[in-house]
Design a protein around this ligand. Structure first.
Ligand code: ZN
Length: 198
């Protein structure tokens, strides 16, 4: 029997739509023909799933829960730092150390805490990368704005005559700002990943 004829019969054979006579012919042919046998096996196999299996829903829920926990922990951490900074600043007598804790702890922590509000708008971003980059920029931007406001609030422009001491005086704050920017960029990326953002 010609292979082409058998190939035409195979779909009917699989669907059990051909006559007993035809079935018998197909059976006999594939006994001795490897290529038709292979075709038959391929057509019998269930179609392969195009998509990878979905992760179980419990995993997504856990991951979303962990993302919220991370966000809450960061916000609480920033809040605690602000409280500590305010307490230290309040207990500092007027003098050379005035505004030291405000600038070095309260300002960067406040900038970071305020920037965390942006994390609620994750859905607005087209990608995880843009969200992460913007989180870093917004942390820096808000912190610099709070610094600018503090300069007026503490009337630093009158106090600062000490040029090279200034960097040393506010160095800790600048360092903390840099740390918060890195934390914001890195952890916002992780946060977005946990919530399934591509
Ligand atoms: Zn054949």
């Amino acid at each position: 029997m010609n292979c082409d004829v058998i190939k035409d019969l195979i779909p009917l054979y699989i669907d059990e739509c051909c006559s007993d006579e035809s079935s018998k012919i197909v059976d006999e042919h594939i006994e001795s023909c490897a290529s038709c046998k292979r075709l038959m096996d391929e057509m019998k196999a269930p179609p392969e799933m195009a998509k990878a299996p979905e992760p179980p829903a419990s995993f997504n829920r856990l991951s979303g829960w962990l993302a919220s926990l991370m966000q809450a922990t960061l916000m609480l951490g920033a809040f605690v730092l602000i409280a500590i900074g305010v307490a230290l600043e309040a207990s500092t007598p007027n003098g050379a150390m005035n505004s030291f804790w405000a600038f070095n702890v309260v300002v960067p922590s406040t900038g970071f805490l305020l920037s965390m509000a942006n994390w609620c708008f994750l859905r607005q971003y087209k990608s995880r990368k843009s969200f992460s980059r913007f989180s870093l920029i917004i942390t820096l931007g808000i912190t610099l704005c709070v610094y600018a406001w503090s300069v007026f609030h503490y009337e630093i422009y009158n106090a600062i005559k000490l040029s090279e001491d200034t960097i040393l005086f506010y160095g800790l704050g600048l360092l903390l700002t840099a740390v918060f920017c890195i934390v914001s960029g890195t952890l916002s990326n992780q946060y977005a990943k946990m919530l399934g953002k591509e």
